[in-house]
Design a protein around this ligand. Sequence first.
Ligand SMILES: [Zn+2]
Length: 107
Amino acid sequence: MTTAITKELLCIKMRNGIEIWTEKEKAQRLIDLLGTTETKFVEIGDEMINSASIDGVFTPQTMEELTRRKNGQWKDEKGIWRNRGDYACPTCKNIIPFGMKCGNCGR
Ligand SMILES: [Zn+2]
């Protein structure tokens, strides 16, 4: 059994697409500031970030979801990720790989 404690990481996503990953504690000042209308530069690690240039602060789960959707993946009714081009059979809802016919009903 592993007992490694991993610190919670958050992604500061900039409007230009750059992602800065940092520990939650380090992002907290920025998160607090983003809740106000104030615009300021905040030091994160070795970098200075303008709070006005930020798209948002996201969890790894959200970032993974964004990446998957960017790659054309989609979630089926059960919340399982499917690849680009895969589709649900209109008749039986079976998930069919891209370019294939349904194994259940041959459509
Ligand atoms: Zn079918």
